[in-house]
Design a binder for this molecule. Sequence first.
Ligand SMILES: *[C@@H]1O[C@H](CO)[C@@H](O)[C@H](O)[C@H]1NC(C)=O
Ligand SMILES: *[C@@H]1O[C@H](CO)[C@@H](O)[C@H](O)[C@H]1NC(C)=O
Ligand SMILES: *[C@@H]1O[C@H](CO)[C@@H](O)[C@H](O)[C@H]1NC(C)=O
Ligand SMILES: *[C@@H]1O[C@H](CO)[C@@H](O)[C@H](O)[C@H]1NC(C)=O
Length: 206
Amino acid sequence: MLALSLLALGLSAVSTMAFPAVKLPRAAPGPWCDGLGPGAFDEAFNVTLAAWNTTGTNTNTTGAPLVLGSGGSITGASFRHLSTWASYPFNDYPSVSLVNGTLMLNGGVSATPSQATIVQEGSQPGFVLRNDAVPSEGAQIYCAVADTDPAGHGTGHPFLAVNGDTDSFQLCKTSFQNVVYWKPIPDHGEDFDTCYPVKVQVIFQD
Ligand SMILES: *[C@@H]1O[C@H](CO)[C@@H](O)[C@H](O)[C@H]1NC(C)=O
Ligand SMILES: *[C@@H]1O[C@H](CO)[C@@H](O)[C@H](O)[C@H]1NC(C)=O
Ligand SMILES: *[C@@H]1O[C@H](CO)[C@@H](O)[C@H](O)[C@H]1NC(C)=O
Ligand SMILES: *[C@@H]1O[C@H](CO)[C@@H](O)[C@H](O)[C@H]1NC(C)=O
């Protein structure tokens, strides 16, 4: 594995801050990274996610920490989605891994296996837990994009993309949780008028 330091990205305004090393293990990521440029990669182990507020203020270069909130259940299956830790204060899954274009949950409170579900307009990026779930067979729709903007407007953390898109995530209030949606549809049942745009950051632990 090749460790690539992001230090040399010319982020002059914050040049005294230490940026995490980003591992770029594969020369060519899969088609789920198509169109996302040279910074795209599709393998990242044991990372956490955060919601970077693109219109409001952020306290620091990482946004609001995200955890795997509860998304309800049906007979034989339950669901997890990305909730702010502030709205769902349980760290049920301490990290996720991006592997071959899908996201996998690490550790966790439940012995039931999980896999990433497809994400359509107006839906929540998430996971289904059921006995026949196979983590590596989750939807291959995710990619991470290292911040290579030479102008240095980024946060120093890669952004997550779903369906080839880093720019259409929003945080929306759903019951008591603040949940990540992709392309929420106005007036479409959920309380989508609470939504505001975020980018989902991939935070490497070191
Ligand atoms: C790190 O990631 C690997 C692969 O996804 C997983 O098997 C392992 O449990 C993770 N370790 C921790 C401490 O979460
Ligand atoms: C993000 O910014 C919006 C304004 O666009 C604000 O309403 C919201 O509270 C902010 N969220 C956080 C977590 O700071
Ligand atoms: C960055 O800000 C978030 C709140 O948006 C907070 O939860 C987190 O602990 C802060 N991180 C650091 C390193 O201060
Ligand atoms: C990655 O996904 C592709 C397409 O589904 C599959 O053919 C390939 O075997 C996978 N690679 C690994 C290392 O799992």
